[in-house]
Design a protein around this ligand. Structure first.
Ligand code: 5GP
Ligand code: ZN
Length: 122
């Protein structure tokens, strides 16, 4: 654990969050400033800076993390495929838009009127 790291502190329940899922390896919670009707953050409990720090030994837990993405999206309000769906985003570095230096997947879903291809049936 990194003592200066916001998501390490959330993972260890030192800072509160609206947690929707937790196991030994991962924690998922609502983004404090949601950019979509569903906006979760999925975080490994051990400290990893970003995807740029992933190595050849990280494949197994990373696959487990990715398998959680559709499950958490649909369990937390993303609409079913094919009309619904979700988006997963991982920012890395300043130019990548990363603000918190602990690997996290944004899981975004829900109706978004500006998404032209996902116009709901009237
Ligand atoms: P990044 O820009 O690093 O990819 O995403 C960081 C995300 O963390 C942002 O979407 C931001 O709203 C969210 N965030 C920042 N501080 C907190 C916090 O204290 N609690 C929660 N739940 N989300 C946070
Ligand atoms: Zn951390």
């Amino acid at each position: 654990m990194s003592h200066d790291c916001l998501f390490c502190k959330i993972a260890h329940h030192e800072i509160p969050a609206k947690v929707v899922f937790e196991d030994d390896e991962f924690i998922a919670f609502h983004d404090i400033n949601p950019a979509a009707p569903v906006h979760l953050l999925l975080v490994p409990k051990h400290h990893v800076g970003s995807l740029a720090d992933i190595g050849t030994n990280d494949g197994a837990w990373l696959a487990r993390m990715m398998q959680l993405v559709p499950r958490l999206a649909f369990e937390n309000g993303a609409n079913p495929l094919p009309a619904g769906g979700f988006r997963m985003v991982a920012n890395a570095g300043l130019e990548g838009g990363q603000e918190v230096d602990h690997l996290h997947f944004h899981i975004l879903g829900g109706a978004r009127p500006w998404n032209k291809r996902a116009a709901p049936a009237a």
